[in-house]
Design a protein around this ligand. Structure first.
Ligand code: GRF
Length: 214
């Protein structure tokens, strides 16, 4: 894996960020709040959803953030859908892309267009339990600790270099829902922290590792 150098440094200019989501959008809202409080040197210039009526899209519109609904179902293939998303990102002059519950895999071409400028959040301690039905997987396996991971996106499934992880104990009587709820609280800290560090601090990718102050 080639290395890359971050754009972080002091004082940081505000980076143009897009959030891609498919549903509730609580991670989008956590990012937006951190941006609004001046904790992240960024501006969320666009929120894109592939799902009509996604609550996250409505929250963004209410907050006055530009939104785009780009449904995938009406498109013949992934490439055509992604071309529309990329065109929207280009039009908004987006520099960073945050996936926040975006239920679409990105093609290698898309990932390459924003190399080491796409972040994702996943509700487990990767590399354990990538993919879907994560909390059920964790409980079935019997782990005593789970958590969340914010990582840079590569062409694999939940496989890119890790930026921030936060651990959460699994309780005796946890259900997938109760575990998800406790992990979500940590997600809302982890995602803003990851973006803030990447935008404020020097960093580079070395092998699988994101090295800050390197
Ligand atoms: C979160 O659990 C996130 O880790 C996963 O999808 C969920 C999205 O939740 N990728 P929300 O839409 O941000 O509330």
């Amino acid at each position: 894996m080639a290395s890359a150098t971050g754009t972080g440094g002091e004082p940081a200019a505000r980076s143009r960020v897009a959030v891609l989501l498919s549903g509730r959008g609580s991670n989008y809202r956590a990012l937006q709040e951190a941006v609004d409080r001046g904790r992240i040197p960024a501006e969320i210039v666009l929120v894109v959803s592939n799902v009509p009526g996604a609550a996250g899209l409505e929250a963004a519109a209410t907050a006055g953030v530009p939104t785009r609904l780009i449904p995938h179902r009406s498109e013949p293939d992934r490439r055509t859908h992604e071309a529309k998303v990329l065109a929207a990102l280009d039009q908004a002059r987006v520099e960073w892309v945050c996936l926040a519950g975006y239920m679409r895999l990105l093609s290698a071409e898309f990932v390459e267009r924003y190399r080491w400028r796409i972040l994702n959040i996943h509700p487990s301690l990767l590399p354990s339990f990538p993919g879907l039905d994560v909390h059920r997987q964790a409980l079935d396996y019997g782990v005593q600790v789970s958590g969340c991971t914010v990582h840079l996106v590569d062409a694999g499934l939940d496989s890119g270099p890790i930026v921030v992880q936060r651990a959460v104990p699994v309780l005796e009587d946890d259900t997938p829902e109760s575990l998800a709820e406790r992990i979500l609280v940590e997600e809302h800290h982890a995602y803003p922290e990851a973006l803030r560090r990447l935008l404020r601090e020097p960093w580079r990718v070395e092998g699988r590792r994101v090295r800050f102050h390197a």
